[in-house]
Design a protein around this ligand. Structure first.
Ligand SMILES: [Zn+2]
Length: 171
């Protein structure tokens, strides 16, 4: 994995602890959480924003990031609400360690940055191929997103699988 030493201009938010506590019982699709010990590693963990290592207890749960955000802000995203699979640690992991780059960054990786307004409606998006260093690409794309005063938050997703990686709120 390529990393860089720049400090990021925006904060990548993990799934918050209160949401994690709920997801570790019943996920956002209403299914019971099924933890398992992964024999392989490399699963992107949204609780602590790092890749898993072999032998860790993890779970694949369905998560609705916009719905969770809207519950905090009072927004009503309506049909924009989506849920999808994310890996999390099966037990409390203490959250992310301080990092000088964005999570799951790798030069050449493809990401989408989907922009939402304060009502939870999609107001734009773009494809991002992570440059070297990856943080510079994220910084620039997020600055571009938040240059639009309507943008309240951005969801970063992997292109190939479409899965949610992390959320960035307007600073
Ligand atoms: Zn974790």
């Amino acid at each position: 994995m390529t990393t860089d030493t720049a400090t990021t201009a925006y904060a990548a938010r993990p799934i918050p602890p209160t949401a994690l506590a709920g997801l570790r019982a019943t996920d956002d699709a209403g299914r019971p959480c099924v933890p398992y010990t992964a024999t392989d590693g490399g699963h992107p963990l949204r609780c602590c924003l790092r890749l898993s290592v072999p032998g860790e207890r993890i779970a694949l749960v369905s998560y609705a990031p916009l719905r969770r955000w809207a519950a905090e802000t009072g927004a009503e995203p309506g049909a924009y609400d989506e849920q999808g699979p994310v890996f999390v640690h099966a037990e409390d992991c203490g959250g992310p360690a301080p990092s000088e780059t964005y999570p799951f960054s790798r030069t050449g990786a493809l990401r989408t940055l989907r922009r939402y307004d304060a009502a939870g409606r999609i107001v734009g998006g773009r494809l991002l191929e992570l440059p070297e260093p990856p943080a510079a690409g994220f910084d620039q794309a997020l600055a571009e997103a938040f240059a639009d005063p309507a943008v309240a938050l951005v969801h970063v997703r992997a292109v190939e699988y479409g899965c949610f990686h992390f959320e960035v709120r307007r600073p």
